[in-house]
Structure formats: structure tokens, C-alpha cells
Design a protein around this ligand. Sequence first.
Ligand code: FAD
Ligand code: SF4
Length: 536
Amino acid sequence: MTARSNSSGRKPADTVAPQISVRRSLIVVLGDQLDLDASAFDDFDATVDIVWMAEAAEESTHVWSSKPRTVMFLAAMRHHALALQAAGRPLHYTRLDAPGHGGSLGAQLQADILRLKPSRLVMTAPGDWRVLQAIKAVAEAHALPLEIREDRHFYTSISDFAAHANGRKSLRMEYFYREQRRRHDVLMQDDEPVGGQWNFDADNRESFGAAGPGVVPPRASFEPDAVTREVMALVNTRFAAHPGRLDSFAWPVTREQALQSLQAFIRERLPLFGRFQDAMWPGDPWLYHAHLSAALNLKLLNPREVVSAAEAAHRDGHAPLASVEGFIRQILGWREYVRGVYWTQMPEYLERNALDAQEELPGWYWTGATDMACLRDALAQTLEHGYANHIQRLMVTGLYTLMLGVQPKQVHAWYLAVYVDAVEWVELPNVLGMSQYADGGVMGSKPYIATGKYIQRMGPHCKGCRYDPAQRSGDSACPFTTLYWDFLMRHEATLARNPRMALQVKNVVRLTDVQKVAVHERAAAIRRGEVGAAHE
Ligand code: FAD
Ligand code: SF4
């Protein structure tokens, strides 16, 4: 798909508040609630209700939000403001650079309540715990009723998930996913999974081999229009020191563009999605992935339309079942499951640090200045596009911090800052639970750890790297491989109790004392920053 320009060049007005004597509801719409059909609008009456939206600097500074992420949110919000106005819904919208801006969502809402004098606040349930607390506090301070409605964007309500989780020792995704398939009749035939299997994961683990991926369809890209360009200029000035670049910003920021991205994915990438789901290739983060997470998380797309489009592609013979099932599992399974984990575990979840990891995040995570080829590639893509595919997030950037022993909160702050799709409800369980094992096994039955040889199998990065994935100690040892053995030794006692780790832990016994000391010394050098940072 080629670059196309978006929308009309119209600008969203800052404030369009009709003068009325009795204002009933202030409908609070957050930056990740860009859906005209959201539950908050169920009884909307344009003669007495008004929509409230505000850009807030705090949303870009409470973690050091990257430029692509901030532009993604602000550009999509401003386009949504235009859509609201076109739909005839009165809107009070505050821009980031509005004179006298309160700085945070809460402060701006307080000021606007005094100005607009609503008799109640209405909103669809926020995605983030922090934001929910902030809005509740404002409502309480003004003694205003706050009506929070179910977010029906998702297939599963939080109470349904809590009922599923109730009484279970562990929350494995697979059981939840099967329930979801049955309950929502997705890829089912006569109460049995289509194709006779729930899961085609075993078919979905290929790498590209030496020949590489060949010609991959270019990603769906959208040339920034006047509204987006204005946001980009603002972000480049206001958040000049923040990480990331904007020269190749081309994300969908309207519902129409999000739908075009979905169609392009189903047509051009879905057939090979499953096969190459775990593959990596230098300089190409896009490959056969969907690139739909930001559009989904901002609610420009509904997961039901995404899942039905994939199901239809299978029915029509356009895409094989393994690909379609693998893709649907991500949306109907993982995406819903991590939201359930987040809302049933917060706020304590944020404090978890089961492995007592206390190291600092290496500074080069914010710049990409490392001499490790796989990490350099994943970080460069992240900073350029605000995107890395799942396997880069889990088995490159996440794997490294896990084995290095970085404080989970620092890892969380980095992931929340750098990706255009980063919203806490989905980011936190993926980072803290799935990737860092900081929740001690709520999400995963074991830590995902691997040597550099795993990365070598999934792509060609190691060929162009100064390190050797087969070496665990010495000057050319791959830091992943060193840290893998160091991790096993540091956590030997805990891991030995986990039946799924027993085999890996047993290998430590085979190391001689001399070998153990060599690993230990090399790992200490990595932690002191003597290995890994790029030297010009
Ligand atoms: P695809 O690989 O094409 O997958 C299709 C869709 O499935 C995605 O768009 C997404 O909506 C959904 N999906 C896939 N995997 C997951 C998952 N594990 N959890 C939830 N939804 C999933 N996803 C985010 O949306 N926001 C994040 O901040 C985020 N942080 C992550 C951090 C770590 C450490 C890890 C391991 C994963 C993270 N993910 C996050 C999940 C996943 O990596 C991204 O959703 C995916 O890479 C987005 O790219 P895509 O749209 O091309 O996805
Ligand atoms: Fe990454 Fe190690 Fe391979 Fe280098 S050798 S690319 S650091 S896995």
C-alpha cells in the first residue's frame, strides 16, 4: 500500500461549548477512547450534554514518552475531535499549548468543571488504574456524581474475567482463550474448534532462513496531513529532548485509515502471519505482522471487526487456518487476557519484583548505542517508528533486561514510553509478567530465558555482530549467553523448584567451578557497563 494523505486539512477547534442554562453530563473522553459508539455516548443528548477532551503534558512526562508515541495519541485525538464535531456533538477540547492549561488531566478537568458546571460526569471505564484514580479524585473534590460505564470495546468484562480467574491457582491464557472461542463462537464448528485443534502454535515458528524474507509487502503508511504535522511541530518543540524521531511517522490516526490498515493486513500479510510470527530480520520490523495494536488500543478499530475479517479470510480460502488461528489468538486471547490480569491484579501488580531485580536500565536503551547487533536493530526501529514486533520485545529487549536483572519498574517505564501502542493495561502485564517474570508466575509458568543461540536461530543478526552466541565467557562471549548462565546460577534454588525449568537448571551442575567463575566475571563486567555499550 502506498502513502496516502489523510483527511481534509480542517483543524479541531479548541472549545465549542454551546451556551445553555442546565448542563446535564460532561462526557469525559480520554486519548485512548476514540470511538464514537463508546458506551459513554449511549444516552447522549446534544442539547444538554457536552464532550470533554484534553491533551495533557503530564501524559508525556510521567514516563518519558517518545516523540512517536506522543504524536500518535495527540494526532489521533485531534482527528477524533473533528469526527465528534462532524457528528454534531458539542465538544470542549483543550490543547496542550492552550494558555493557562492545568498541565495534567485532573487539573484541567477541575478547571473545566468550574467553567462548564455539569451536574454529573460520565465516561467509559478508563484503561489505566492511575487515570481512573485521578478522575475519581476530581469527581469527589467537586461532589459530582461520576458514572463509569462498561468498556464494550472488549469481548470480556472485568467481572467476567474475575469470575474466570476465581479459584484458579494460575491464570493460563490457553484455558481462557478456549472459553473465549466457545463463548463468542469464533472459529468453531458444532462446539468443536475448526480444524480439530485449538492451537496451531507448532506450525508458527519458522525463521526466514539464509535467503531472507524476500519481497515483503510495504507497511500501510499514511502521509501526515496538516493536523498531524501541526502536532509533530508541537512535539518537536515542546518535547525536544524526548527519545525517538518523527521523520518516518506514518501511522493511521483516523478510523478510516485504521480500516485501510486492517484491509491491507488481511489482504497482504495475514496468509504468512503465522509462519513467520517469531522470525526477525535486520532493518525490517514490519514483516508479516499486523501493525494494528495502536489503532486497536486507541479504539480506532474494534477487535470484533478485526477477528471477523480474519475469520472471513479463512472461510474464503485466502489465508490458512494456522495463520488465522494464530492471529485471532493474539486478539481474542492474549489481548483480552492481559487486560483481565491487569484489572484483577492492580494496583499491587505494579510493585511486584519476584526475582528481586535491582539493576539500572542501561542508558543506551534510550539511544540505541549498543554494539550488540540484535539489540541495536530492535532499539533503532523502536526509536524510529515507536514499533518493534512481539518477538523483538519479548526475546531481545525484554530478555536482556530480565537476565541482566533490571528493576521491573524501570523496564515498565521504558516500554510504556517508547511504543506507539503503549497503554498501561496492556503494556504492564506483558512487561512485568510475561517478559520479566516479576509477578512470580501469574502470567507465565516460567521465565522466558535463552542464550544468544535462540536469537541466532530466529534471524541473521549474529552474523554481523562482534559477539559469538556460542561463547558464554571471554572477550567475544555474547552477553545474552553469559547472562543466561548467570541467571540460572543466581536463581538456581528458586528455579529448581519449577518443573518446567528443571532441565535448564540441571545444566548448571555440569559447569566446573572455573567455568562458573568465568561466567560470573563476565556478567559482572556487563553489569558495570564495560560490555554492550557502543564505543565510537
Ligand atoms: P501482531 O503481532 O500482528 O499481533 C496482532 C495483534 O494482537 C496486535 O495488534 C495486538 O493487538 C494483539 N497482541 C499480540 N500479542 C499480544 C500480547 N502479548 N498482549 C496483548 N495483545 C497482543 N502490545 C500493546 O498493544 N501495547 C504494548 O504496550 C505492548 N507491550 C509489550 C511489551 C512486551 C515486553 C511484550 C513482550 C509485548 C508487548 N505487547 C504490547 C504485545 C505485542 O508485542 C504487541 O501487541 C505487538 O507487537 C503489536 O504489533 P502488531 O500490531 O504488529 O501485532
Ligand atoms: Fe545478539 Fe549475541 Fe547474536 Fe550479537 S551474538 S546479535 S548480541 S545474540
